[in-house]
Design a binder for this molecule. Structure first.
Ligand code: ZN
Length: 332
């Protein structure tokens, strides 16, 4: 069988798939041992052992992490589960489990899952996008994760938003009210939609401004609505209001849709994938699948656009399923 593990900041999930038909045999979820590297390794060994004992089968092991493993050193980098950074996580698990372990970024696992038996099945080049709390991207080429020379292929969430709309005389401080900005000025920029442009954009945790993640993640959508209206609503509520035709929410969704179209147009211009599969909370917004293709043509360097944009078939399970599929049929 194939064992997949999705290691997340709060929860770690294991799945076992039948070696031949991919049927789910077992699934279990535990809280992640936060800020405890030794505990994290131990908990994953425990998950695998428990699954194998329960089923009486041994499996190949693939793991998705919110970060990446540097090929040259074998060490984890870019992980928001910071206690993994700089650790030989893959090797430690392989040693403890006495077998090869494959480890990939969770967005790559998502792309592999959807390319294997999900919305991207049958397509050669799949770009998987997770737009939820954050914004991740991964590439599957003929079903296999494409890692890249720096192990960051598909990490497009920290590219800047293309073609930013510029408001006149707008200081950086329009985005985060800094202490030297008067409350009156800050209030103006937070409430007057016409005064808020897209450049230089909100501050991102990576240290730069205007990253796609700050615009097209669910968090980015919510923050944009708040910046313009002054009201703090959940992503779900804003979407519901937009679907009811409420003007401010409708405008927020229109801004979001155009930004996503611009962001994906950049991917099409470089990778030209056969299909783009959306996952994460924002992927549940049905209008995106018609409205983004209506808008992205103006930003894509081609007179016709054949690229498909589809919702993930396996939803929240794509990460853990893709981890299992890091061992493809021919190799498992
Ligand atoms: Zn960033």
């Amino acid at each position: 069988m194939r064992i997949g593990i999705d290691f997340g900041g709060t929860k770690t999930e294991i799945i076992c798939l039948d070696e031949h038909n991919g049927k789910e045999l077992y699934r279990h979820r535990i809280p992640t041992a936060r800020d405890d590297y030794a505990g994290t390794v131990k908990s994953i060994i425990g998950l695998v052992t428990q699954a194998e004992d329960t089923l009486g089968l041994k499996g190949t092991v693939g793991i998705g992490i919110p970060g990446t493993v540097v090929a040259q050193t074998g060490l984890v980098k870019n992980a928001n589960s910071t206690w993994l950074i700089g650790k030989p996580f893959q090797k430690d698990l392989a040693d403890a489990l006495a077998r090869d372990v494959r480890m990939q970024n969770d967005a790559n696992c998502f792309a592999v899952s959807e390319a294997t038996d999900g919305a991207g099945k049958g397509y050669g080049v799949v770009f998987g996008v997770i737009i939820g709390t954050g914004c991740g991207g991964g590439i599957a080429l003929k079903g296999a994760a494409h890692l890249g020379a720096n192990a960051i292929a598909g990490e497009w969430g920290h590219n800047p938003l293309p073609y930013p709309r510029v408001a006149s005389a707008m200081p950086e401080t329009a985005f985060e009210a800094a202490p030297h900005v008067s409350d009156k000025l800050a209030a103006h920029y937070l409430t007057d939609e016409t005064a808020i442009g897209e450049y230089p954009g909100p501050l991102c945790y990576c240290g730069r401004r205007g990253c796609l993640e700050t615009w097209i993640s669910g968090t980015g959508f919510k923050n944009d609505y708040k910046r313009v209206t002054g009201a703090s609503l959940s992503t779900h509520d804003i979407i519901t209001h937009a679907q009811d035709g409420e003007p401010k929410a409708t405008a927020a969704l229109a801004r979001y849709t155009d930004r996503l179209a611009r962001a994906l147009a950049g991917v099409v211009n470089i990778l030209d994938p056969d299909v783009i599969v959306l996952g994460g909370g924002m992927s549940n917004v049905n209008s995106l699948y018609t409205d983004v293709p209506e808008r992205w043509g103006q930003y894509i360097f081609s007179d016709t656009v054949e690229t498909k944009i589809l919702p993930a078939r396996h939803g929240d399970s794509s990460g853990v399923r893709g981890a299992a599929w890091l061992w493809p049929a021919a190799e498992a």
